[in-house]
Design a protein around this ligand. Structure first.
Ligand SMILES: [Zn+2]
Length: 493
């Protein structure tokens, strides 16, 4: 049994001003053949799950091409055509196949295709023909479409946010494909897409309201003959018709049972819709709470600069306000290659005054003038072995500087745009975030596995920016209407 492994994974923030081009995918590493195994085996990612499944279920996996890069703006037509073109050429040249395993995200948007994942699924199906089972493993932040589902045999989404289960979901997906190839099962899928958006600050699956939504999903999986079920929270920063939540059920042979289960999940979530609306404190409120908390560290989630959602990683909204309020013992990262260069030129131990942050655009505050001592210069590389959001292992923040400012702020200046999903980002620089009073983590849910074990308290902050939780900030042109909560009178029949 011989299965192809391929993928094109991107979460596209259509409101982010910088397009995602071929060079950005290449900088993140487009992996081909054995390079895929070297890079991903032993991690906690979807690709690692597919690789593990080949050993567990005894099939030959042929890794062809896997491309991904950090969430960012619209994928250029050139990048889509070149990468997907190469991927499909490899699929064609190396066939025929008993099955195909596809690792995508579900929220990819290119200049040409608002449903880029659906376009890829369609092309893969056209190439291998109607008889070859295709497994599609997606992130739960996808804006799922019928086109994605109808062109593949089995689809799975992560069922945790933060994402701690990409590998187990990929194994589940691969197992269902293997059983389909053997003729043991006949999966039928149903996708339900009620006109419903869940605010980004309500998406932690360990807490209500998502805890109950995921419990419903488990209840569906336990139904007789049900092979799998998934809930997608959706991705609100992509202005596409399918933006919103979706509910998937996969049944062995009975399309009506699949349809009924997907509708039941959607109906139950719809009834909770008032709990899906955001309600988070302002930067000033959050910083005052954090500074006066009896015990630190208080971790402030910078929701408006959620790097995992496509923001620039250099917001100074919280930093500027912390300075204004005189908040001390404060730690945060900033993407600022220019400031890094200046600090490197000055050298370790020197003190300098410079403007940091907010250099990408005008949506994330203004550069802040600080005076500080360069404590450390690093190559920015670190390794994480714990299971963290997304399952990555090797990280590269580029040349990185630790600047200790006269305000008692520790600023970690990076040359690459990188999220705060691993505590090793700090430990590798000799920083103990557990000894700080206030720690800023840029993100909403993704920093939780890294910071929850040490946080005295976590506060989600309503900061402005391209990933703000206040969706009225964006002008949507392509989303469905009506859609709750934009249109409060939206109905789901
Ligand atoms: Zn996600």
């Amino acid at each position: 049994m011989r299965l192809a492994l391929l993928g094109f994974s991107h979460e596209t923030n259509t409101f982010a001003p910088t397009p995602t081009d071929y060079q950005q995918f290449e900088a993140s590493g487009i992996a081909r053949g054995d390079e895929i195994v070297r890079r991903y085996q032993g991690s906690h990612s979807t690709v690692a799950g597919f690789l593990e499944a080949s050993e567990r279920f005894g099939f030959d996996v042929v890794p062809l091409l896997y491309a991904q890069t950090e969430p960012s703006g619209m994928i250029t037509k050139h990048a889509f055509d070149r990468i997907v073109g190469e991927m499909l050429d490899l699929l064609k040249q190396n066939g025929p196949w008993d099955g195909v395993l596809l690792a995508n995200h579900g929220a990819a948007v290119s200049e040409e295709y608002h449903d880029a994942d659906g376009e890829i699924a369609t092309r893969v199906r056209a190439l291998v023909g109607p008889e070859v089972p295709i497994g599609l493993a997606l992130d739960l932040h996808g804006n799922m479409t019928r086109r994605m589902i109808e062109n593949v045999t089995v689809t799975t989404f992560y069922r945790t946010n933060p994402h701690l289960d990409p590998a187990p979901r990929a194994i589940e997906c691969a197992e269902l494909i293997v059983r389909t190839i053997k003729g043991e099962i006949h999966p039928v899928q149903a996708l339900e897409t009620p006109p419903l958006v869940i605010n980004i600050v309500k998406q932690f699956t360990g807490e209500e309201p998502m805890k109950s939504v995921m419990a419903d999903c488990e209840a569906v999986i336990a139904r007789p003959g049900m092979l799998s079920a998934s809930v997608a929270e959706g991705y609100p920063y992509a202005d596409v018709p399918e933006m919103g939540m979706s509910f998937l059920a996969v049944h062995d042979g009975d399309p009506l049972a699949a349809r009924e289960a997907a509708r039941w999940l959607a109906r139950r979530a719809w009834e909770r819709r008032d709990q899906f609306i955001g309600d988070t404190p302002s930067p000033t409120e959050a910083l005052k709470l954090a500074a006066s908390a009896p015990r630190g560290p208080v971790v402030l989630m910078d929701v408006g600069d959620n790097i995992g959602g496509g923001s620039p990683a250099d917001s100074t909204i919280l930093l500027a306000e912390a300075r204004r309020l005189g908040v001390r013992s404060y730690l945060q990262t900033l993407f600022d290659p220019e400031a890094v260069s200046r600090c490197v030129a000055a050298g370790v131990g020197s003190t300098l005054t410079l403007r940091v942050g907010a250099k990408t655009d005008r949506l994330h505050g203004d550069p802040v003038e600080v005076t500080g001592r360069v404590r450390l210069i690093s190559d920015g590389q670190f390794e994480e072995r714990r299971p963290i959001h997304g399952g990555g292992r090797y990280f590269n923040a580029g040349t990185t500087v630790v600047l200790e400012t006269t305000d008692d702020h520790t600023l970690v200046l990076t040359s690459r745009r990188i999220g705060n999903t691993s505590i090793e980002q700090m430990y590798s620089l000799g920083i103990r975030p557990e000894w700080k009073q206030v720690v800023v983590a840029k993100g909403v849910v993704s920093p939780r596995p890294a910071y929850e074990p040490i946080a005295a308290q976590i506060i989600l902050v309503n900061t402005p920016g391209v990933t703000t939780s206040d969706l009225s900030f964006f002008s949507y042109h392509r989303r469905r209407r009506p859609l709750f909560p934009f249109e409060q009178d939206a109905a789901y029949e």
